[in-house]
Design a protein around this ligand. Structure first.
Ligand code: TYD
Length: 328
């Protein structure tokens, strides 16, 4: 998501410069920004948002007008195995950035959050005012960060904005999230591990539409406010899987039913009227976005193949069992 936003800003705003401050953990990958690496308006610092001195130095050196915080541990399943990493980066890291904001002249801090802070909705949609009911260590960390951000707004008038994204998908997506995992498994001739009964509902948003929305909120949003970013296109995991099987010419036998995720949220759905009133609407339908994404993974095997070896294989084996995901 962050790399797409950087590419978007550099191409849409020729007057803007970008400093990419990134620790490059397992899901970070400089190859995602190879197309802008030689751009004189693009700069890169490899550092951790939990490192207060490094954050302070980056702000002093670069003198940014705005900060957009995409830095986070984001994978729910990993948060179930290792909650601590999520508390560190998503909560403590955000705290470091907020403290650095207080000591700087930065005019806006936009924090990327998630629809998961609202928990599972049996029906209807969550507006920005909906109560927080996070259920996983991941969503609890994101909710905690949001509370801290709003506390800084109320206490110190730190100029903050928050966005809640629904499930993003698209190019350069690390193949542990369901869409890139299923596409790459199918391209490798493996099965796709569908959790539980597959009836869980997610609202899918193409990453470029997310970048456009974040850019709009950053420039036009009201300080101290949060904005939902959703496409309105909600489907079950089973429907999603059928679409991917169709796109890749595979049948139902490529589905491997696996144990459900503990505490698996049934349904997310956002009301994005507030953002639409600012002038945004998605430009990709789910159908177009999925086609674009499948094409990208077909053409960029050299990008994702190495990501599915080494440490990833160990993670995958732990997650689904040694034999799961092997040839169909
Ligand atoms: P995921 O991409 O992990 O996003 P999130 O949990 O943040 O919504 O999962 C999307 C949905 O797909 C979720 O309901 C869990 C399900 N899922 C599977 O069925 N199998 C998988 O291997 C993964 C990773 C997810």
């Amino acid at each position: 998501m962050g790399s797409d936003f950087i590419r978007f800003v550099l191409s849409e705003h020729p007057e803007d410069e970008v400093l990419n401050y990134d620790k490059l953990t397992y899901a970070g990958n400089l190859a995602n920004l190879a197309s802008v690496a030689d751009n004189s308006r693009y700069h890169f610092v490899q550092a951790d948002i939990c490192d207060a001195l490094a954050v302070k130095k980056a702000i002093q050196d670069f003198q940014p007008d705005v900060i957009v915080n995409y830095a986070a541990e984001t994978h729910v399943d990993r948060s179930i195995h290792d909650p601590e990493a999520f508390l560190r980066t998503d909560v403590m890291g955000t705290h470091v950035l907020l403290e650095a904001m207080r000591a700087s002249k930065v005019s806006r801090f936009l924090h990327i959050s998630t629809d998961e802070v609202f928990g599972s909705l049996a029906e209807g949609e969550a507006s920005e005012e909906y109560p927080f009911r996070p259920t996983s260590p991941y969503s609890a960390s994101k909710a905690a960060a949001e509370h801290l951000i709003m506390a800084y707004w109320h206490t110190y008038e730190t100029p903050v904005l928050i966005t809640h994204a629904t499930n993003n998908y698209g190019w350069h997506h690390y193949p542990e999230k369901v869409i890139p995992l299923f596409i790459t498994n199918l391209l490798e001739g493996k099965k796709v591990p569908l959790y539980g009964d597959g009836k869980n509902v997610r609202e899918w948003l193409f990453v470029r539409d997310h970048s456009r929305a974040v850019d709009l909120v950053l420039r036009k949003g009201d300080l101290g406010q949060s904005y939902n970013i959703g496409s309105g296109e909600r489907i079950t995991n089973l429907e999603l899987t059928s679409e991917l099987l169709k796109q890749l010419g595979k049948g139902e036998e490529s589905i491997e039913r696996v144990k459900d995720r503990p505490g698996h949220d049934l349904r997310y759905a956002l009301n994005s009227e507030k953002l639409r009133n600012l002038g945004w609407k998605p430009s990709y339908t789910f159908q177009d976005g999925i086609q674009e994404t499948v094409e990208w993974y077909k053409k960029n095997e050299a990008w994702w193949r190495p990501l599915k070896s080494g440490e990833y294989q160990e993670y995958y084996a732990k997650q689904y069992g040694d034999t799961k995901g092997d040839s169909a």
